[in-house]
Ligand binder design. Structure first.
Ligand SMILES: NC(=O)c1ccc[n+]([C@@H]2O[C@H](COP(=O)([O-])OP(=O)(O)OC[C@H]3O[C@@H](n4cnc5c(N)ncnc54)[C@H](OP(=O)(O)O)[C@@H]3O)[C@@H](O)[C@H]2O)c1
Length: 250
């Protein structure tokens, strides 16, 4: 993928890896469209980035997503890259009295169903654009669940599966869209505030490695510890399970 000259819509762009990506992509000569729910934070961050636009949207709400698509078409008809990065988690343990059903439902809506919604709306548009690409943030938990974030882990496994299906069908349909998966490691961001660990990578480091992977057309990008986890999982899934859960103290 050419890492400059794109117009890139980034969900979850107000904090963490999404914000690090917005800054990095903008500095490489891309135009960024920053999306999240907290408009004030988006506006403050977008003001520092040349040409950046922002749009407040809850991606779990189909009516708001519809407005986002219309906004993107009116304000950035050249949009050619979608970075589906927003995500939520609930840190708890199974059978500890937590409202697991509520947690699972909320996580599934944001982490998985929104990706289905957004790709169904944007793929037909991206098919006609120059050098189109979609990047989706999953997690090392697609190989082995983190048992301090059990239902979250299941939503990312669903997302990982959906990426494989999309790749198959995009290719079969002759789509020009390149579909990248960013398998993120444990990262120091508001998202992981509930996880006590000395193994958190910085968002900047992960995004630097992601951009290297995009430039090399590596479709599965596994920054920092994610590649080691992947190797462990291929050797012995139990070893991978231990690595993930040792890192989060599960
Ligand atoms: N941190 C980790 O250890 C880790 C590890 C592996 C994978 N990941 C994944 O990496 C991605 C980015 O997370 P991060 O670590 O950078 O955490 P983060 O800083 O908390 O970023 C998550 C972003 O998602 C946005 N968001 C949440 N719900 C949303 C909704 N309903 N609609 C629109 N935006 C929403 C949040 O902004 P608003 O609150 O303003 O909406 C926030 O900007 C997530 O998909 C996460 O699952 C994280």
């Amino acid at each position: 993928m050419n890492i400059s000259g794109n117009t890139i819509l980034i969900t979850g762009a107000g904090t963490g890896m999404g914000l690090a990506a917005a800054k990095a992509f903008a500095s490489l000569g891309n135009r960024v469209l920053m999306v999240a729910r907290n408009e004030k934070r988006l506006a403050e961050e977008a003001a520092h980035l040349p040409g950046a636009l922002h749009f407040a949207c809850d991606i779990a709400d189909p009516a708001q997503v519809e407005r986002l698509v219309q906004w993107a078409q009116s304000n950035a008809p050249e949009l050619n890259v979608l970075f589906l990065n927003a995500g939520v988690t609930h840190t708890y343990r199974l059978f500890d009295g937590s409202p697991a059903r509520d947690h699972a439902k909320a996580e599934m809506e944001v982490n998985f169903v929104s990706a289905v919604d957004l790709t169904h709306r944007f793929v037909p548009l991206l098919n006609g654009r120059t050098a189109p690409a979609i990047i989706v943030t999953t997690s090392g938990v697609v190989y082995a669940p983190d048992n301090t974030n059990p239902t979250y882990s299941a939503t990312k496994a669903a997302l990982h599966s959906y990426i494989q299906s999309m790749r198959f069908t995009l290719k079969k349909n002759g789509s020009p869209i390149s579909l990248f998966e960013l398998v993120a490691p444990l990262v120091d961001s508001p998202f992981s505030a509930g996880v006590v660990s000395d193994q958190k990578a910085s968002p900047d480091e992960v995004i630097r490695e992601m951009i290297d992977g995009l430039a090399e057309d590596r479709m599965d990008i596994r920054p920092v510890t994610s590649e080691t986890l992947f190797d462990a999982w291929r050797r012995d899934p139990e070893e991978a399970q231990k690595m993930v859960n040792d890192a989060t103290g599960a």
